[in-house]
Design a protein around this ligand. Structure first.
Ligand code: ADP
Length: 186
């Protein structure tokens, strides 16, 4: 790729998406745009956005699409994201995928690839339970997995049909998974 890539990282909670996104963004020299981190930051600050989303996040539910559209539009409009970016945590449903397309095409941009981190279900619950975040109780994890299956997993077909999907085996050492991702995006 001559210019820096515009990527989405897709995967269930516990797939190692955040860890891989951080490493990959550094390697590629693009900002790591994590909607989960942005929302948690807002909750910590106690901003209006944070007050709006904290209850939903702690229940494992999705924040509404309109709010997320504003957050992502603003972030992708900043100068550091003009050249390329790695989106982590967005889009999470079909409406968000369509919004993302609209945001990008409004500035003559489009995605280069969507990396799907694949990890079997049994491994996911075990991994997430070890993290100890406030939205990581077993009940909330199950709810987040359920929401992923119902809302986010359909994006696999959505991006496959657009020729953008790059499935990657997410089981194994962090470095090995990173190598596979780099290979998958060429
Ligand atoms: P994960 O552990 O699944 O990687 P994230 O850190 O991406 O979780 O997000 C944590 C929480 O933030 C989600 O459970 C959800 O409540 C909220 N959130 C993050 N991104 C989005 C989004 N694109 N749409 C709706 N809610 C979101």
């Amino acid at each position: 790729m001559a210019t820096k890539p515009k990527l989405v990282l897709l995967g269930p909670p516990g797939s190692g998406k955040g860890t891989q996104a951080e490493i990959l963004a550094r390697e590629l020299g693009v900002p790591h745009v994590s909607t989960g981190d942005m929302l948690r930051g807002a909750v910590e600050e106690g901003s209006a956005l944070g007050r709006k989303v904290s209850g939903l996040m702690n229940a494992g539910a999705l924040v509404d699409d309109g709010t997320m559209a504003e957050v992502v539009r603003e972030r992708l409009g900043r100068s550091d994201a003009r050249g390329g970016f790695l989106l982590d945590g967005y889009p999470r449903n079909r409406a968000q995928a369509e919004t993302l397309e609209a945001i990008l095409s409004a500035s003559d941009r489009d995605l280069d690839a969507v990396v799907l981190l694949e990890v079997p279900e049994e491994e996911l619950v075990a991994r997430v339970a070890g993290r100890g975040r406030s939205d990581d109780s077993e009940e909330v994890i199950r709810e987040r997995l359920r929401v992923y299956r119902e809302k986010t997993e359909p994006l696999v077909d959505y991006y496959d049909q657009r020729g953008l999907l790059r499935p990657v085996d997410g089981v194994g050492a962090i470095d090995d998974v990173n190598d596979r991702i780099l290979e998958a995006i060429g």
